[in-house]
Design a binder for this molecule. Structure first.
Ligand code: ATP
Ligand code: MG
Length: 279
């Protein structure tokens, strides 16, 4: 008799996940698995449903139907806070940093929130406070921002803020990290640094990344899922998805996907109207 070991359990498993807004189906019957430790990209044209799907996974939006399993546990009806405490970390397409605080304070707040201490920096004992500060320093160092840790966040460059958002997510000690367009609006140098950051994350941390910059996608991801009009139109090893005619059609009509990611700049951060609920 064979029994499944914990390494066989996918980090994330979606079955028939659907989100409807009236007549619009933003996410349409998505069934998908993300293996533990994977570097998995979620791509698709603007409005395809990528951010909505992330919100359904994180619990910041409720599903209309379907099931979300995180590390083998059905979390479909669990709150975002419950999922976050058990290791589901997420960055947002639109920044969620406190610009008047410094990077260390932003990261410490996230660490504290997950430790269940709410938003007050005064709520902890001196010992807990020191532990939280250690975590914050480590996470800021992990993303290469130690030299910038004491200036106000509002004075950081766009790329540095996006790195800081990863540090904020890391402070929640995630086992699964969802990154929503982390490199949007970054300069090529910042985007390179960001790629190195993702590559340096612990191997057992599962990362799912939404990204429009296909160069970055194929550099970072071993597997790629493609959403189009809310539905999954391709899912598999990166090289296979790159060659998929349906993917090329969804992105470009008659042109080739290869040409797009060799020549086109990142479209940047496109606006969308997600009603993200507070965690
Ligand atoms: N709160 C909402 N109410 C109604 N429709 C919504 C809401 N949020 C998103 N949508 C719609 O759902 C669809 C998917 O949006 P979503 O933001 O998930 O796309 P996306 O793939 O992340 O796009 P982008 O690449 O532009 O960020 C879009 O048609 C969007 O207009
Ligand atoms: Mg989006």
């Amino acid at each position: 008799m064979t029994t499944a070991t914990t390494t066989d359990v996918p980090a994330l498993s979606l079955a028939g996940v659907t989100k409807r807004y009236g007549a619009l189906t933003a996410v349409d019957d998505v069934t998908l698995e993300v293996a533990k430790g994977a570097r998995h990209a979620l791509i698709g044209p603007n409005g395809a449903g990528k951010s909505t799907l992330f919100n359904l996974v994180a619990g910041t939006l409720p599903v209309t139907s379907g099931q979300v399993r995180f590390a083998g546990t059905d979390v479909t009806r669990r709150s975002a806070a419950w999922r976050a405490r058990r290791g589901l970390g997420k960055t947002f397409q639109h920044s969620s940093l406190f610009l008047s605080m410094n990077p260390l304070e932003n990261v410490a707040l996230a660490a504290q929130r997950v430790a269940g201490k709410g938003m007050s920096l005064l709520a902890s004992s001196a010992r807990e406070r020191a532990g939280i500060d250690d975590v914050a320093r480590q996470c800021v160092a992990d993303v290469g921002l130690t030299d910038r840790s004491h200036i106000v966040t509002g004075a950081l460059s766009h790329g540095e803020r996006r790195q800081l958002e990863v540090a904020v997510a890391l402070a929640t000690r995630p086992r699964l990290l969802l990154l929503d367009e982390p490199a949007a609006g970054m300069s090529p140098a910042e985007s390179n640094r960001f790629a190195e950051l993702v590559q340096s994350l612990p191997e057992d941390l599962t990362v799912v990344i939404i990204e429009h910059d296909l160069d970055l996608v194929f550099r970072l991801a071993d597997r790629v899922s493609v959403l189009h009009l809310g539905g999954l139109i391709a899912d598999g090893p990166a090289e296979q998805v790159r060659e998929d005619p349906a993917v090329q059609q969804a992105y470009l009509g008659e042109d080739s996907l290869e040409e797009l990611f060799e020549t086109a700049p990142s479209p940047g951060e496109a606006g969308s109207s997600n009603e993200e609920m507070a965690t």
